[in-house]
Design a protein around this ligand. Sequence first.
Ligand code: UD1
Length: 419
Amino acid sequence: MEKIIVKGVKELKGEVNISSAKNAILPIIAATILCDEKVIIKNTPMLEDVSVLIELLRELGAEIKYSNITDELIIDNSNLKLVDTIDSLVKKMRASFLIMGPILSRFGYCKLSLPGGCNIGSRPIDLHLKGFKLLGADINKQYGYVETKATKLKGNRIYLDFPSVGATENIIMASVLAKGETIIENAAEEPEIYDLANFLNKMGAKIYGAGRGKITIIGVDKLKGTTHTPIYDRIEAGTFMVAAAISKSVIDIKGIDDDNLRPIIEKLKECGVKFINYEDGIIVDGRGNKYPIDIKTLPHPGFPTDMQPQMMALLSTIEGGSVITETVFENRFMHVAELTRMGADIKIDGKTALVNGVSKLTGCEVKSTDLRAGAAMILAGLVAEGETVVGDVYHIDRGYLNIEEKFKKLGANIYREDR
Ligand code: UD1
């Protein structure tokens, strides 16, 4: 089994390039289903999750080319057909449920197995289905499958009980070719939603207000091919910001600005981290004194749940009491047990974790309980005494491209091996 081994404690130094956002690329690839002309997606990191979605589209008949040199993805969906062999791939990755909206729109029918829960919570899809139903689809759930049917989707006013990222994206994709006007209220405001809308608008869609709580979509007849460069990965950038903070180092993070990173930067500033913005990126200086802080995860523009494990690793090393409240997912504290094995002092009380910073962490065998938890283990390993052996690294590969290579370039003692 592949493991990532980190030997602490070393100061990091240098530059790191941030990849395009996984959470922007996945809905964008799903959205290409709506178009039967060629689409080019630039700067696409070939992450595990991205390759699952590509495989899925290929099963449906898509012609897809990828260049390792230019990182360019060329998708031609002109010969797409409905097949039922995609189910095992859908089961492999939760986010593949994002194909439901575009497939329903293109074929008037879609049947997928109901996604189960995952390590961080039960993750229902009721809001996606509520949206499809309001757009005129018949929904049928039985034998572990969900079937949606509609001869022609029709625009409607849809209020989301919670600003779900996936539901907002799926409903946008289902409604761009629907008849008339769709309004999504209490929509998710994540930057990746804005990027998806931007991509679809380049193809000829009429989406207004994406990135805010009320999104209006005016249905159009057809989408045309386009070229798009997805936004940078704010969670990868945030992970390297925490790396600078935890290892008391200076890291130059390239290819980012502070617009989409404000919630993370503001919290790190409270901790004592300093930032210098320049044209091409942000220099993060984590050398100064650090202070404990309180964090509550919230939908954007609140603090992102996808940065909660990494921040917990950092706060475990800052003397004093910090409080982390997780409000987005019901079970996103699996990494607490792993950090505790490394010497962290953390108590969980319902949705809240009380982190009492310790003077030192010590390396041991730990697991990546999910994607971001795996990143948190590497961050803790950077400053733990001795060797940290991170297992279940497939979780990390779902969302970070060559994570150990990027850390190695910054001077970390990190490598991957079969153990
Ligand atoms: C996306 C991100 C994920 C991030 C999450 C929250 C992608 C591919 N993944 O996941 O990295 O952690 O946003 O920022 O972009 N919910 C319902 N009913 C629904 C849908 C969601 O109750 O129909 C609940 C979920 O159980 C969860 C909360 O809403 O508690 C947030 O989920 P959601 O915003 O939908 O996250 P995802 O789109 O799955």
